[in-house]
Design a protein around this ligand. Structure first.
Ligand SMILES: CC(C)(COP(=O)(O)OP(=O)(O)OC[C@H]1O[C@@H](n2cnc3c(N)ncnc32)[C@H](O)[C@@H]1OP(=O)(O)O)[C@@H](O)C(=O)NCCC(=O)NCCS
Length: 157
């Protein structure tokens, strides 16, 4: 999965976990995304892609299966030094391809980054149209009482 001369996308490896956590949790501290624990990354490692520049992980994103026809992009984060290079879009498109390979028709993002996801082919949907299962993990979220994330969907095929 070649992207630029030096940054490439591949499946995450156990040796990437600490760098993945650092990128995700830096943004989580700014309130831009949800934090992850080391255990939750390790348990779900097979669901993650990373973008790397040599030894450095510069981007991360995971695909979480919600239902037979719906998978969610989670923990998408690009390090400050690699923003604006197309890395985020490449990760989202790679996960959309992965969803297609798995036979899952729709990909969901719950996000504040409406313009970015629009550029990736997503459109806004009313949260009420999503299956109940989407909200299963919200019970653990500090934003539950006033969730202001936008729900966006893209057809994988
Ligand atoms: C949002 C984020 C993932 C974007 O990744 P990125 O690698 O910088 O974005 P890309 O370079 O792939 O951009 C793809 C397109 O989206 C546009 N775009 C990217 N971020 C944007 C933003 N914040 N506002 C408007 N447009 C944006 C780019 O201009 C580009 O447009 P183009 O295709 O016309 O050239 C990254 O900024 C990030 O990690 N942010 C902090 C964490 C976060 O908010 N994660 C999302 C959780 S759902």
């Amino acid at each position: 999965m070649e992207m630029t001369r030096t940054i490439t996308v591949r499946h995450a490896l156990m040796g990437d976990v600490d760098q993945m956590l650092e990128i995700i949790n830096d943004y989580a501290q700014q309130g831009l995304m949800l934090p992850r624990t080391k255990l939750s990354i390790c348990e779900n490692l097979q669901a993650f892609l990373v973008a790397h520049d040599g030894e450095s992980v510069v981007g991360v994103a995971g695909l979480h299966i919600l239902w037979e026809d719906l998978a969610e992009i989670r923990s998408l984060a690009i390090s400050e030094k690699a923003k604006g290079l197309g890395v985020g879009k490449q990760l989202v498109l790679s996960l959309t391809e992965h969803s297609k390979r798995l036979g899952i028709k729709r990909v969901l993002a719950l996000t504040y980054q409406k313009e970015f996801f629009t550029k990736c082919g997503f459109h806004v949907v009313a949260k009420e149209t999503l299956p109940q299962k989407v909200w299963k993990d919200c019970i653990n979220c500090s934003k539950l009482p006033v969730c202001d994330e936008i729900a966006m969907i893209r057809e994988a095929f």
